[in-house]
Design a protein around this ligand. Structure first.
Ligand code: ZN
Length: 675
């Protein structure tokens, strides 16, 4: 079962994220001339110039839908994590120890023969519970029980900081219940979208027939009809970027009135928090629609929906027929992936979800010395200084608003490498018995931990990513930027490399996360992490007219077929990319290399900076994956995260001697200036 608790929308990550698995590793550090394609002018297409050689000689491995530097780095991690897990499986040590837990988790998950032999035995009890449902009240009771175990069926629920009182956590309900990546997949009317929806329909049927359901086709009709109804009542992704639209504090009594067929009072009892008096219940159309469906959709249709949810979330932990059927749709159809990853890589992904900080602790012991943390902190502080200077120079912002911006910048809390306190897993029991049971125990453990946070002070030491994740994030309610150890490695961050490479690499990443504090969404939060305006009306207007130009710039890009980038959906990330590149460049110019003009490998310092930036973004995607990203992700495809920002940066044009009118130089009227 997959938990939804960790997927709350408010954390702004650097990339759309990848699972831990990855293929062959090439150029591991520094700039690599083999990556260039100098047959193209840097001023006409800097993406092709900096990465064209790499794109040509690095086809996407069959088991991937995306292949990038981050995947290459994860590949290195995987070998290490495998070693850690295999050792633990051989020598699990004391029962109840973390080594026993990761060892037994891995050994059980790798026992493919036993898993295949068990068939659907691990979910028989759940199937019986669904069969026993007789009324709408029974449907509600089962949904409640599953939610209490961390299984987010029909809607999502979890604790997070109160947007208006960021020191304390509250409970948040939010829309959910869909099997496709976005509500638009159910709504779009073009031929390709309709064909994809029909493939999903067939996939539901296939999974239900694997359960032995006789009328699987009929049941899949019911599931699709119900999901489509929920989709039509759901907010789109652009609306979900507006924090206030996902925040509506209600008392339990008010909530119970809003959804007469679903008692929140009973829900809070089920999650053992009947002391809770208020929580956030936003998305009124969605919850009204879900509630109405509980009263007017036949029980047999709900049973089909519950069966489908059960099998969709359990398939990864069952036998090969379920795993393969799921891959045929999620991997092949949705993403264009050709082959299933080897079992051990998939299991490491699961272990990362289930026991991520146990693995993380072992990972950082081997990879991340304390000196690395100190060096990264120096970089963060240099970027803060550069950011302060940039804000100081902004002609469009008033002094009063600038003062609040500085306050936000200086309270911005950097977290580097790994958490100060490791998560305590002592309440989690892992046995050498059933893969699915272990996964469920881990999800229930996490749900329990999460529900316990409601109405309690926020634990600011906690991390939202594991140290072995190649990614980073900004969390607006804590005003913190977080960089897992795995992101702080070559070529992003390399003690042996020149400053140009480090500032163009990890510097731009740090700048990106820092700028999220000031993007269209993050800037609605103040220094204390509260959703509270700190802008003068005039300054806000200026900001909005500047960001509107960035919306237009990206909306004009067409990554594939006739699909345009959604300029509004990707705005926060695009502001962060542009600001991050500029602030990293300014910080670089404060270093001795940045001030000088000494050539290395026949490249001047500024050329090295921009090439380093572009090379960290090297990425190939299958067409299906690219479409998925454009249609449902707030991050623009990698190519546009290179040519988009650099074409707004005069220092880039100067470094490569580009002229007005070149494709990589935006004219004075369309050039975007924000931070
Ligand atoms: Zn981001």
């Amino acid at each position: 079962m997959s938990s939804v608790l960790i997927q709350r929308a408010l954390v702004f990550a650097l990339t759309s994220g990848l699972s831990l698995s990855a293929g062959a590793s090439t150029n591991e550090r520094g700039l690599d001339a083999r990556n260039y394609d100098t047959s193209i002018s840097a001023c006409q297409d800097f993406w092709q110039y900096a990465d064209g050689g790499w794109l040509k000689s690095n086809p996407i491995p069959a088991e991937y839908s995306t292949w990038s530097l981050d995947n290459e780095l994860q590949e290195r991690n995987l070998a290490l994590l495998k070693e850690i897990l295999e050792n633990a499986a051989k020598n699990p040590g004391t029962p109840g120890s973390t080594t026993q837990k990761i060892g037994d988790f891995y050994a059980t998950a790798m026992n493919q023969t036993a898993i295949n032999q068990a068939g659907i035995t691990p979910i028989k009890k759940d199937l019986a519970a669904i069969d026993a449902v007789k009324s709408a009240a029974d449907v509600v009771a089962l949904i409640r029980d599953w939610q209490a175990l961390g299984f987010g069926v029909l809607f999502e629920f979890g604790a997070d900081a109160d947007l208006k009182d960021s020191a304390n956590d509250i409970g948040y309900a939010s829309q959910g219940g869909l099997g496709l990546p976005d509500r638009d997949y159910y709504i779009r009317q073009d031929a390709e979208s309709k064909a994809l929806l029909e493939k999903y329909h067939t996939h539901i049927e296939k999974m239900l027939s694997l359960l032995g359901e006789k009328n699987a086709r009929e049941q899949s009709d019911w599931v699709l009809a119900l999901e489509t109804r929920l989709a039509k009542a759901s907010l789109d992704r652009v609306s979900l970027r507006d924090p206030i639209k996902s925040y509506q504090i209600v008392t339990l009594k008010q909530a119970d009135t809003q959804t007469p067929h679903f008692s929140w009072t009973e829900f809070f009892k089920a999650i053992h928090r009947d002391d809770v008096k208020r929580f956030s219940l936003p998305h009124p159309l969605f919850f009204a629609t879900a509630d109405k469906a509980l009263s007017d959709v036949p029980v047999s249709h709900w049973q089909a929906y519950l069966r489908w949810n059960l099998i969709a979330s359990s398939a990864d932990f069952l036998g090969d027929d379920f795993v393969n059927a799921k891959f045929d749709f999620r991997g092949k159809v949705l993403r264009g992936t050709q082959e299933l990853k080897p079992r051990w890589k998939r299991v490491i992904d699961s272990a990362d979800h289930a026991l991520g900080e146990v693995l993380g602790q072992a990972y950082v012991e081997r990879t991340f010395p304390p000196e690395a943390k100190a060096r990264a902190l120096v970089l963060v502080n240099n970027l803060k200084v550069a950011m302060h200077e940039r804000i100081e120079k902004l002609a469009w912002m008033s002094e009063a608003t600038k003062k609040s911006a500085y306050a936000k910048l200086y309270t911005l809390d950097p977290k580097i490498g790994y958490p100060d306190h490791w998560r305590d897993y002592s309440a989690l029991t892992i046995k050498r018995d059933s893969y699915l049971e272990n996964m469920r125990a881990a999800i229930a453990f996490e749900a329990h931990r999460n529900f316990a946070k409601i109405d309690k002070p926020v634990d600011k030491t906690e991390w939202g990513m594991t140290p072995q994740t190649v990614n980073a994030y900004y969390n607006p309610t804590r005003n913190e930027i977080v960089f897992p150890a795995a992101q702080l490695q070559p070529p992003y961050f390399d003690a042996k490399a020149d400053d140009a490479l480090n500032y163009g690499g990890i510097g731009a990443v740090i700048g990106h996360e820092m700028t999220h504090a000031f993007d269209d969404e993050g800037s609605q939060f103040d220094a204390a992490g509260n959703l509270k305006n700190w802008w003068s009306a005039q300054d806000k207007k200026q900001f909005e007219s500047r960001t509107a130009k960035l919306v237009n710039q990206f909306a004009a890009y067409v990554p594939i077929d006739q699909l345009h980038i959604n300029g509004k959906l990707t705005l926060g990330e695009n502001i962060a990319d542009l600001g991050g590149l500029l602030v990293a460049y300014d910080a670089f110019k404060l270093t001795p290399q940045g001030k000088g003009d000494e050539k290395i490998e026949n490249l001047n310092p500024d050329q090295r900076f921009f090439l380093s930036y572009a090379q960290t973004w090297r990425t190939s995607q299958r067409p299906e994956q690219l479409k998925l990203q454009v249609q449902s992700n707030e991050h623009a495809p990698a190519k546009f995260r290179v040519i988009g920002p650099i074409s707004n940066v005069p220092a880039f044009a100067k470094a490569f001697e580009c002229k007005a009118g070149d494709a990589m130089v935006r004219g004075a009227d369309s050039k975007v200036d924000i931070w």
